[in-house]
Design a protein around this ligand. Sequence first.
Ligand SMILES: Nc1ncnc2c1ncn2[C@@H]1O[C@H](COP(=O)(O)OP(=O)(O)OP(=O)(O)O)[C@@H](O)[C@H]1O
Ligand SMILES: [Mg+2]
Length: 360
Amino acid sequence: MAELTLTGARKSFGTINVLHGIDLAVKDGEFIVFVGPSGCGKSTLLRVIAGLENVTSGEVHIDGERVTHLPASERGLAMVFQSYALYPHMSVAKNMAFALENMGLKPAEIEARVARAAAMLRLTDYLDRKPKALSGGQRQRVAIGRAIVRDPKIFLFDEPLSNLDAELRVATRKELAALHAKLGGTMIYVTHDQVEAMTLADRIVVLNAGRIEQVGTPLELYNRPSNAFVAGFIGSPRMNFLPAVVMSDDGTLRLSVGEREVALPRAASGLVAGANVTLGIRPEHIDVAPDNGMLAATVDLVEQLGGETFIYASAPGLPQITLREDGQSQFYRGDAIAIRFAVDHLHIFDATTGAALARP
Ligand SMILES: Nc1ncnc2c1ncn2[C@@H]1O[C@H](COP(=O)(O)OP(=O)(O)OP(=O)(O)O)[C@@H](O)[C@H]1O
Ligand SMILES: [Mg+2]
């Protein structure tokens, strides 16, 4: 198993600059997840690591060895894509064995590796079947099996579960977590799915337009985002952002939000009276106050999910606010409500740069 280091990795296609200097150190055995908006460079970064693309400048090291210009076949990595093209005319066992035969391994060794991977992925009973006689989830497991048998230094996954239906995704996600626990291998995983990122990752890398915004454990990113981009990207429904003005900075902090003033119980350094800031507050940190709330608002929409409810409400002069309540709600569209922020959980961002100025 292996560690990976990227130093100043840049990638351009002609005049299009896609990666703008990526520095990242992945530890041995770590499960790293790349997230970011569509087109931000996640797949390109994974392909640069795999050796399927060459960096325009910068370096790639695996286990201390410089592999920047080594072709994919010599890096000892295995990649699983979203569209896992299995060989349709080959059995499950043959699909998994194929690359090993090309590597010239002995038949007994190949059989042992395939049997071990099949057992791990609960495919033992399907080894003689052709891909067309498998469910989507089983096929995806075969694709993962093809990577496992090669005993790669690092596993690279590019949205491997996105073609599966919701139930299969959950099942396969749990299998991947169990697999990582069992194999202990270094894994780098690209996903659009918040839950996959939060549950699978040791650390999440948030990418934006070819740059790293922040690297941290899932809860570090959730609780202490270093800027408004990360704060808005991690968490669903997303964090609310409200424009505010710093009213006073003597001891406690007072902010004007819409038509009201909100006092924060703590001081924040570097905030001066008159500064424009963005207040960040997650939906679960806003309540409907029975009386005497901070803001008067009108309910626009209520989404009842059974175990929890999302309420979308408007307050004068502010963007629509999302509230998350546990359980079921008795509010309806058009209701007048008073809402209250859990002031201990407010984030404050620079209105211009988005940098975090004060965090819970
Ligand atoms: N071969 C190429 N030639 C030119 N531009 C490319 C090439 N490959 C990727 N790009 C561009 O690089 C940017 C990043 O693409 P990439 O596939 O890495 O994004 P991504 O983050 O994986 O997006 P998605 O979430 O949609 O998969 C995009 O703007 C894309 O158009
Ligand atoms: Mg992609």
